[in-house]
Ligand binder design. Structure first.
Ligand code: NAI
Ligand code: 15L
Length: 274
């Protein structure tokens, strides 16, 4: 952590995926926490750079470009990449090569802390009746979930070999509000996401810690004691939206969205038979 005369704890943070849904939210909510926010994406930013922002277009699958991107930053919030289930070939460059490029660039530029946007789809094939902590064996529900599992293993390797610390956030469903019944259990509010990131950046000696990114919902499938150890205390709950969500039509019996933790992702593909 860089010590400055300013009250902001970080000098320069890198946010990948900055043009995406969560990136657009974090661009605002992280302002109080750093002097300069470097915003990177392959897509154009929805708004031009403001004061204390640097816009840095970059394709995560381009190793040389990622090495340049990471130079001069104090910590990395790695949110970029394909964020849904897609054919393997579409995930390979952004997510699998991309996470390697991020860690290798961190090693070469001496960056010591990463917050990795992992996903509940690393454990998506567990049934919704099961309660898991972050040590449960992973059960990815597709190529996307596999890419996040690979990212978590990359984080473990770069800590064991090079001492780069990571908090991997297995985010449930982070949207303005829960969109369906499953998300009453998996929802993570934007404010709780921001709190979790700030704690993940600040807490010393995390090694590689995996936590669940979920709000204080009435029903949850995840024992999040490791996140509590980081000081994470979620303030929001999906209960606020329950009536609105339950007014939606009931899912069909056997709908994977009501059986598996990963919901509909478990039934996507195969893509090669199309
Ligand atoms: P998003 O799809 O809106 O944002 C991802 C961003 O990554 C996009 O702006 C996209 O242009 C960028 N990207 C894709 N390929 C790239 C490449 N080759 N090089 C550079 N940038 C590239 O997704 P969202 O919802 O904002 O999620 C952000 C992160 O959080 C993702 O890594 C996602 O997997 C993860 N996550 C999100 C959850 C959610 O509920 N929103 C749940 C679990 C994980
Ligand atoms: C994710 O990993 C996706 O990035 C997001 O778009 C949602 O689908 C979320 O999981 C979810 O499971 O609801």
């Amino acid at each position: 952590m860089t010590t400055l005369s300013s009250s902001k704890p970080w000098h320069r943070l890198l946010l990948t995926g900055a043009a995406g849904g969560l990136g657009t939210v974090l661009r605002e909510s992280l302002k109080p926490h750093c002097e300069i926010l470097r915003l990177s994406d392959i897509a154009p930013m929805p708004a031009a750079a403001g004061p204390h922002e640097e816009v840095w277009p970059c394709d995560l699958s381009d190793k040389h470009a990622v090495h340049q991107l990471v130079e001069g930053v104090d910590a990395i919030l790695h949110f970029g990449g394909v964020s849904v289930e897609r054919p393997f070939e579409e995930i390979l460059g952004p997510n699998i090569s991309g996470v390697f490029h991020i860690y290798e660039a961190a090693r070469r530029h001496g960056v010591k802390r990463v917050v990795f946007a992992s996903s509940n789809h690393t454990i998506g094939f567990y049934h919704q009746e099961q309660t898991l902590d972050a040590h449960a064996p992973r059960r990815p529900d597709g190529y996307y979930g596999l890419s996040k599992a690979y990212g978590e293993d990359m984080a473990t390797f770069y800590f064991d070999r090079y001492g780069i610390e990571t908090v991997s956030l297995r985010i449930g469903s982070s949207f303005a509000k829960p969109q369906n019944r499953r998300m009453l259990c998996t929802w993570l509010s934007f404010a709780d996401l921001t709190q979790l990131i700030v704690k993940a950046l600040a807490v010393p000696e995390v090694g590689h810690t995996v936590v669940y990114g979920v709000s204080a919902n009435k029903t949850v499938w995840w024992d999040n004691h490791l996140a509590a150890r980081l000081g994470y205390a979620p303030q929001d709950s999906s209960e606020t939206f329950r009536a609105e969500v339950e007014a939606q039509p009931q899912p069909e019996p056997g709908d994977p969205a009501m059986i598996y933790q990963g919901g509909a992702f478990v039934a996507q593909g195969p893509f090669d038979d199309a």
